[in-house]
Design a protein around this ligand. Structure first.
Ligand code: AR6
Length: 186
């Protein structure tokens, strides 16, 4: 599924994010930036040790990465030149400001990509694996954050891709984007 917002193509695909050729891919990391399971493990495995080396330097300089923030490193051996690491919230039932923190994670990645004048970025479904965020709600936040960013901010980004792994997540993201399309027709 694909739409264009101002000059930027927004698409949703079911694929492996480590194989994406966008200029940056986003990693759903944890505050240590030392790698982990899920998409984090897959990105470090595919990108090689240069990514971890840079993560270590960042943590030595500025400490752990707070939830909702983002930093950029090399993409190492990946097709993507850069990895933007962000930390989504752990789901605790919704009363712990999870929505705002998830919105912030997407927003900070989009901002960092724009500041670095990148043309394209791929996102995984942040927080909906090990961190347990309900997929439907997370999809709505992911899509609405990207749509508002592209409508409101001047950006170098010409392509934003949501790269999801399974069909249930794919359906949730497509429904969220459909809501935007229906809303913009009204
Ligand atoms: N490409 C695209 N999506 C993927 C891939 C892949 N190669 N691998 C997994 N996913 P998760 P979180 C999907 O758990 O919930 C790590 O240990 C996966 O199916 O990777 O933010 C970190 O170090 C799910 O839909 O991220 C943290 O400790 C989505 O990516 C913690 O997990 C996110 O699942 C972060 O948890």
């Amino acid at each position: 599924m694909e739409v264009t917002i101002r000059k930027t193509k927004v698409s949703i695909i079911q694929a492996d994010i480590t194989k994406q050729a966008t200029e940056a891919i986003v990693n759903a990391a944890n505050p240590s930036l030392m790698g982990g399971g899920g998409v984090d493990g897959a990105i470090h495995r595919a990108g090689g040790p240069a990514i971890l080396q840079e993560c270590k330097r960042i943590v030595a300089r500025q400490g752990k990465l707070p939830t909702g923030k983002a930093v950029v490193t090399t993409g190492g051996n990946l097709k993507a030149r850069y990895v933007i690491h962000t930390v989504g919230p752990i789901w605790h039932g919704g009363g712990g400001n999870e929505g705002e923190l998830l919105r912030s994670a997407y927003y900070e990645c989009l901002k960092l990509a724009s500041v670095n004048k990148l043309a394209s970025i791929s996102f995984p479904s942040i927080s909906t694996g090990a961190y347990g965020y309900p997929v439907g709600e997370a999809a709505e936040i992911a899509v609405s954050t990207a749509v508002s960013f592209l409508k409101e901010q001047a950006t170098s980004l010409r392509e934003v891709v949501f790269v999801v792994f399974d069909s249930r997540t794919y359906q949730s993201y497509c429904s969220a984007l459909q809501v935007y399309l229906d809303g913009s027709k009204a």
